[in-house]
Design a protein around this ligand. Structure first.
Ligand code: PGA
Length: 223
């Protein structure tokens, strides 16, 4: 029975996740580790390219992407949505504006994630489809550093809405850019060629059965 499995399972669960998902993964792991106290966890966080490199080497049990690589031998489940939002300092004049156009957004100094970032990839694809060009002023390798740079007035940016959830939006405001429609989903991926351990199977069951609900509950607490 499921209840006996708690004591039986020991070993390590290895996860490698993109930076935008590091805000919710711990909230999935908490209840999982409570249920399986003998399981150790190794959580690796990187940008999309870094996580693809780990996937290619087959290091981990699961990988989380919002833009999964198409060319690798993987299975996946779709987990949750990952909307991108435009952010500015809370006193920025555009914050009060009811609808900020893409053209107006492109006029502002823009803080962009580094090469290899999935967030950057999504932004660049979207902007080129719209035929507009952002005014990139700085390239910054972390969501947190971008948030602090926006807080200090260096420019505006576009990040996953989840980087702001869980209390991380101090001093920042979302711009209402109606034209900005960049949405993707997070996926849990695994290599088809890697036989899942008992722990990996239990984790996937946990993600699929309670994961979404737990995340929604967490998000609503931090609204
Ligand atoms: P990243 O996150 O921008 O850190 O690569 C990936 C993603 O959300 O696709």
């Amino acid at each position: 029975a499921l209840s006996d499995m708690g004591e039986l399972k020991s070993g390590t669960l290895r996860l490698a996740v993109v930076t935008t998902s590091k805000y919710f993964i711990p909230h999935l792991l908490g209840p999982f580790c409570e249920r399986y106290p003998n399981v150790a966890v190794q959580l690796n966080v990187g940008n999309r390219q870094q996580i693809i490199d780990r996937l290619k080497q087959g290091i981990d049990d699961f990988y989380v992407f919002s833009h999964p690589p198409g060319d690798l031998n993987t299975d996946s489940i779709e987990f949750f949505n990952n909307p991108l939002v435009a952010i500015a300092h809370e006193n920025h004049p555009l914050v009060k504006q009811r609808d900020v156009s893409l053209a107006e957004l492109c006029n502002e100094p823009f803080l962009m994630r580094e090469n290899g970032s999935g967030t950057r990839l999504a932004i660049e694809k979207f902007m080129s489809k719209q035929g507009v060009k952002l005014n990139v002023k700085m390239t910054i390798e972390s969501n947190e550093a971008i948030k602090h740079s926006v807080m200090s007035g260096l420019g505006v940016s576009i990040l996953s809405a989840h980087t702001l959830a869980f209390g991380g939006n101090m001093g920042l405001a979302q711009l209402k850019v109606e034209e900005l429609a960049i949405n993707s989903n997070w996926y849990f991926l695994w290599l088809k060629t890697k036989r899942p351990s008992a722990i990996a199977q239990a984790f996937l069951t946990h993600v699929e059965s309670d994961g979404r609900q737990m995340l929604l509950t967490e998000l609503s607490k931090h609204k």
